[in-house]
Design a protein around this ligand. Structure first.
Ligand code: IVH
Length: 706
């Protein structure tokens, strides 16, 4: 049945059929969203369908189904994690979409409480974080369990995963003996972008948005994966408590903050709907600068005694409502598809759009990911957007989440011009004309031109001067582009001959916009200062595909000197040579990275450019920390349970500085398990495997004086 039939016109059989359809569609959407971290429909569509369902039920109460979507929160917990029953159910929030509905919310509450229109009634207002909810149970100050919402009654036991999140205290002081703290796990935009970049580099799964990334990262059966993902947590409510936290919502949140939880700084107190709407407008305006996704503002009655009187409907409290933002989606025309060539030669398609406002920001460019995405396929050949391809001239839907680069989500085939033709992805690099090759299993097509490709060359130069590489004061991406365009630098070695080539020609630079005598000579000094460079920065600065900052550090520590490193890369080109085994034996260096390293060193033009660079440098020897006197050097250590004298981060850093390797899971290779109170399955496994187990004091005694 189409949505065009109004509810007022509906007959009873039509209503029954529509309720059945909505139960189906919403059930599927729920499972996809909660169970599989892969939403099928947008939040706005979901909300609209849920609303339609509620409106039909309101007109035909007798037709309300036993499995009505109105009575459901989330989806059943998935297999894999053990289950935890919530002592107090985890509910959802009803929604408001405009000022009138906020007025209705206030009026309903006053009516329920028998308060006149003029009686004082205060509310808190705070951002609605777009992540996933988590319930943390503390007993006598110690974190004992953590559970996702699941179906609201029973969630997944993600205790080990929650223990890896820095924002979640392992112990709290001055709280009630039993305290369930609830809040939202989320990922910041910056961390989300970095995670996706890492995943792409490793050929792993990328996430559609920060919420999916947060859910996918928390719900990992291997908690060491969660540990490596930068998750955060805001506390905003509570479940079971053995004594009240405070008399008001605001004071209760302040207490949670005092106990060590992160609470949202944009939480405020309002006197009524007008005030609430003003705070909503303020938060909406700040939305794009917050650095994390929010999808509305939550209003709560401040007086906890009144919250108690108001109580709950089947799945939502009467004392709170979520005032949702309009979806950050818009339709516009795709005017062109441009191809950008990156440092490693990747051809990235960019949508040039007729400018359109999406969530308050004008968008005229969006990513189209890769050629499969344009064609309506995923990397495994399955359909996306029901197989609809994207063509120049199409009307496309643009999606933006906070600061995240806008994406093209959908296409409207009914508006497709008859003359349109499928987009043909270039097989030649648009910058240098070299073949653009797609290796089997790689979603990305790459220019094979290497350094002769000007686009790759300039991106490589930008990388070379970036902060974690050579980090040359006064030589940033903008200057590199300028110097490259002017023909002054074509490869990293050219940076180090700038002074001698300019010599008296300083005049030339000085006369350029933005350059004076002082800044030019400062630049040459800054370049000279970097002739003496750490090995790890040099390796990272070369911009070799798959070789990130962490890997560069590992390589530097392993080989110590540039000569040893370069000789090993040459020798490892032969997989029979023991140098290959030595390279891939470094924990953190896989065959893909090793292959990329050896291929770069074996490629004549690349190698010649590296040698020209090295001639200008004095490369420092990478010093391994001296762990000769350390009793734990080379040992694999696992920390579990609660540590009372240090944070996990401290414990890990100290162990690593003593030459130990800290792992998140116990296996036959583990040497020492350090188990604090609350240690569970890991301690059990360690005993089964006969692994040395120490308590925190035992560990401290062991490393004392080392
Ligand atoms: S209060 C009884 N406050 O939104 C439920 N929820 O759509 C009390 N959420 O299930 C929830 N930010 O996962 C509350 N500041 C906030 C929130 C928030 C995000 C989530 C939460 C809830 C969902 C409802």
């Amino acid at each position: 049945m189409s949505d065009t039939i109004t509810i007022a016109e509906m007959t009873e059989p039509q209503a029954r059929a529509e309720l059945a359809r909505l139960a189906d569609v919403l059930g599927d959407a729920n499972r996809a969203y909660h169970g599989e971290d892969a939403p099928q429909i947008s939040d706005a569509d979901y909300d609209a369908l849920k609303r339609r369902n509620a409106e039909i039920e309101a007109r035909f109460p007798a037709l309300k189904r036993d499995d009505s979507p109105s009575d459901q929160v989330g989806a059943e917990p998935s297999e894999g994690f053990s289950k935890l029953r919530h002592a107090v159910s985890m509910l959802s929030l009803s929604n408001a979409f405009d000022a009138e509905e906020v007025d209705d919310f206030d009026a309903r509450i006053r009516k329920y409480l028998g308060l006149g229109a003029d009686a004082a009634l205060r509310y808190t207002a705070e951002p609605k974080i777009d992540g996933l909810s988590l319930s943390l149970r503390y007993e006598d100050g110690a974190l004992v369990s953590a559970a996702t919402r699941g179906d609201g009654q029973v969630g997944e036991n993600v205790t080990a995963n929650a223990q890896t999140i820095d924002d979640i205290p392992q112990r709290i002081k001055n709280g009630p003996a039993i305290l369930e703290v609830r809040g939202e796990v989320y990922m910041s935009h910056a961390d989300f972008e970095a995670l996706n970049a890492r995943q792409t580099e490793r050929g792993g799964k990328t996430f559609a948005n920060p919420r999916n990334a947060a859910a996918g990262s928390l719900r990992q059966l291997d908690a060491s994966i969660t540990r490596a993902r930068p998750l955060r947590f805001f506390a905003y409510t509570w479940g079971e408590i053995s004594e009240p936290l405070a008399e008001t919502q605001m004071a209760a949140i302040e207490r949670l903050a005092q106990m060590g939880f992160q609470t949202n700084p944009l939480t405020n107190l309002s006197d009524g709907p007008a005030d609430l709407l003003a705070h909503y407008a303020k938060i909406e305006q700040l939305r794009s600068q917050l650095g994390y996704d929010i999808d509305g503002v939550v209003y709560k009655v401040d007086d906890l005694a009144l919250q108690g009187r108001l109580g709950f409907r089947s799945t939502t409290p009467r004392w709170a409502i979520a005032h949702k933002f309009p979806a950050e989606l818009a339709w516009t025309r795709l005017e062109a598809i441009d191809i950008q060539v990156g440092r490693t030669g990747a051809l990235s398609p960019v949508a040039r759009l007729a400018p359109v406002t999406v969530g308050g920001v004008v968008v005229s460019n969006a990513t189209l990911h890769n050629e499969d995405y344009i064609a309506g396929r995923d990397s495994k050949g399955g359909e996306i957007r029901a197989g609809k391809d994207i063509r120049v001239g199409d009307w496309v839907q643009v999606y933006r989440a906070g600061d995240v680069i806008p994406k093209v989500a959908d296409v409207d085939l009914s508006k497709r011009p008859d003359t349109s033709k499928p987009y043909v992805f270039p097989e030649l690099c648009p910058e240098c004309g070299s073949d653009a090759i797609r290796e089997p299993g790689d979603a990305v097509r790459r220019c094979s031109g290497g350094l002769i490709c000007p686009a790759q060359a300039v991106e490589k130069l930008k990388h070379f001067v970036s902060r974690s590489a050579f980090d040359i004061d006064g030589l940033g991406a903008k200057q590199v582009e300028q110097f490259h365009t002017d023909g002054w630098i074509a490869e990293p070695a050219d940076i180090f001959t700038l002074r001698e080539r300019f010599g008296t020609g300083l005049q030339q630079l000085k006369n350029r916009e933005g350059w004076g005598e002082k800044s030019a000579s400062n630049l040459f000094d800054a370049i000279d200062a970097r002739r003496d460079i750490e090995l790890a920065r040099l390796i990272f600065g070369l911009g070799i595909r798959h070789v990130g900052e962490a890997a560069s550090n590992l390589l530097a520590l392993h080989y110590g000197t540039w000569t040893a490193f370069a000789e090993a890369m040459d020798a490892a080109a032969d997989p029979e040579n023991e140098a290959w085994g030595d390279l891939t034996g470094i924990d953190g260096v896989g065959a893909v990275m090793a292959g990329s390293l050896t291929a770069t060193f074996a490629q004549d033009t690349e190698r010649a450019a590296i040698d020209r660079l090295i001639a200008h440098l004095q490369v420092q020897t990478a010093e391994r920390p001296d762990t000769s006197g350390s009793p734990v050097a080379g040992k694999i250590v696992v920390f579990t349970g609660t540590l009372e004298k240090m944070t996990r981060a401290e414990a890990k850093a100290r162990a690593e500085s003593l030459g130990a390797k800290v792992s998140g899971s116990v296996s036959a290779k583990t040497d020492i398990l350090v188990a604090g109170p609350g240690a569970g399955s890991k301690a059990k496994k360690a005993i089964e495997l006969g692994i040395e187990t120490l308590d925190e004091d035992g560990w401290l005694a062991l490393i004392e004086g080392a």
